[in-house]
Design a protein. Sequence first.
Length: 352
Amino acid sequence: MTGRFERGILIAAGGLVSGLSALAVINPPRAEIGVPKAVLEFPEVAFDTASGPVLPAGLVRIKAAGTHAESLVGADVGVLDRGHRAVNLHTADALWKTFQRMGYDLDAVKTGDTEVPRLFLASLPADLAKVRESKQRKAIFFKTVLPLILQVNEEVSTDRRRLWELNIRLKKGERLAAVDRLWLIVLAERYRVKRGDVAGLMSRVDIVPPSLALAQAAEESGWGTSRFSRQGNAIFGQWTFSGAEGLVPLQREAGKTHRVRVFKSLLHSVRAYYRNLNSHRAYRGFRKLRADMRRNGALIEGRRLVDTLTSYSERGGKYVKTLRSIMVVNKLNHLDRARLSGERFSVKRPLI
């Protein structure tokens, strides 16, 4: 009786997933193409003022109150002072000063002396291009994007651990619960593998080294100053062929129909970039080499994977050479061991 009930649930859920997928193809949702404001995304928060502030300049300690969240704190910004008043971080200068007050130092992160704060900027400052000093402009960009990359790495790692555990149970001949079987079905849809191909999922559900992701974000977004990054949070230059979901490149060749996809936040852009590398057939070489590194117990390093991304740009080998130069000049390889600080939480990302 229980088996029939579970089969019924799976059939119904499968039909629902297929129906929603078909509906999305016929009538895709419209994306927001307006210019987003620069705000910080935090977990749902509780303000712990009893023990005093832990951030300089009177900022309150912020801790996770739940395991899932995707909420904005404040009206246009995401840091509150001790009086719970919004602190404006919309400009590059204000953001830079806030990073300094917090002691957010990339050099210390690279040496392993400190971790990366869980601060998630929804969009980059609109005036980032006006920062005259190149070193400061790059630092603002890296400090903004790095926490997002590490957050998505945590999300993917959580899925990978669950997938690994389920794979072991399947190899032992155990029958999985209905909720686990449904989770595998949805995961297969997301990563574009056949249902039941757990080995295929294991090669795709994996992290992207921060050094590589940061180098690509810098190159594709013009260090956060391009029109696509400013107006659409598109820091990885991903294309779309849906007219309602993208910005038209100003120098698009005649007869071309692609647009640059827009996102409602930087975090959504990072997640889409991960899904692209982990599912598109053009990056099979990337996934194969990463899987080999896993099997050999090696650190997943961007400098070893960068040569597999010649298909990411029409520039091919020249594009890879540029990425490698960005990684070397900015010593990004040291960030492949970077970790987010404090309590781990999951920014909400519905699986179904």
